[in-house]
Design a protein around this ligand. Sequence first.
Ligand SMILES: NC(=O)c1ccc[n+]([C@@H]2O[C@H](COP(=O)([O-])OP(=O)(O)OC[C@H]3O[C@@H](n4cnc5c(N)ncnc54)[C@H](O)[C@@H]3O)[C@@H](O)[C@H]2O)c1
Length: 372
Amino acid sequence: MKHKIRILIGLLFFNHCTITANESKTVPPKNPVIFLTGAAGFIGSNFLKYMFDKYPAYSFIVLDALTYAGNLENIPSHIKKSPRFKFWYGSVNDNNIVNPLMAQSDFVVHFAAETSVTRSIFSDNKFFETDVLGTRVMMDSLVKNPNVKRFIHISTSEVYGTALSHPMDENHLLQPRSPYAAAKSGADRLVYSYCCTYDVPAVIIRPFNNFGPNQHLEKVIPRFITHAMQRKPLTIHGDGSAQRDWLYVTDLCKALDQVLHLEDFDTIKNQVINIGSGKATSILEIAKIILKKFNLPEGYLQFVGDRPGQVECHMSSTKKAKKLLNWQSTVSVEEGLESVIQWYQQNKQWWKKLELMQFVPIKTTNNLIELH
Ligand SMILES: NC(=O)c1ccc[n+]([C@@H]2O[C@H](COP(=O)([O-])OP(=O)(O)OC[C@H]3O[C@@H](n4cnc5c(N)ncnc54)[C@H](O)[C@@H]3O)[C@@H](O)[C@H]2O)c1
């Protein structure tokens, strides 16, 4: 009898192992339920719109704490009214909310975070609470819910700090230079540790600087555009020579779509993948392009002290994303700016309400308290 029980246990164990091995290779479920955190914010809402309209049979669950950066107006009414969409107001720090949502989901994309570098200099508590501890709750829940087949953690290029070599590949040192970047580095490595320890089906995506519709006025491109629209000066931090790799948000959406639909997830499971254009443009050049589009003279440029901990240059290596995801960016900075300018021109009622939240006072490299 004891022998029979042992064989039974052995068979069950063997079957379990076989199923696990096969499962990680499975093609995505036909009509998945996708759980998005932070999708009332800029990138998450753009991704929700992109996926909802592209895949008419998919369902979406959004969890968002609606902080100053979250805005239900970012989610169009055709989505809000749809039976394919459910919204939950709540925090990723609350496992009582996260666990049941994870239990209903096939895929997860974790966008929720505090995201402003300047605000993290102004006050950083929330950054560690949400970005690190919130991600821990998400990972703990992922371990408990093996129904989830793919988990995308949205990290950031900020984890690298200033480029030590160009372009920056995924093996570049992590040298975060702001509390925001440090919190995101913590989250990024926390996800990696869960991959190693619990073999969860996660992938870490490091997007470079995104821009596009519905981005908060605290971020540089919306600030420049809305100031140019109002004939206000465009404030440049330092001399404006800091360079970024600018990525139009729909390009990131396409990369994430690829991650969710890649046939063999094992090729990217537990990997880190940069998502950037491979080109760098300085903040000063961006300001000048915007002034030109509004026919404004360069006298509208106003220089203030630099942000402490400024990242001097970011330029992504595009090799890994090309190889593993067959993805590369398609929208140039010029084209992206053209389209995003139109969006801010057509959506004044959306951004006017955010003006009060545009600046915070920080001590700049001028040794002055300045609004950034
Ligand atoms: N914007 C960029 O250029 C960029 C670049 C690289 C990576 N990222 C990363 O992409 C993600 C999204 O960035 P974004 O620019 O859309 O940010 P965002 O600030 O526009 O939106 C963040 C969203 O998260 C929500 N949120 C905050 N705390 C929460 C909590 N505790 N629980 C649930 N929801 C919460 C907010 O309400 C908001 O809707 C972030 O993880 C960010 O670090 C952004």
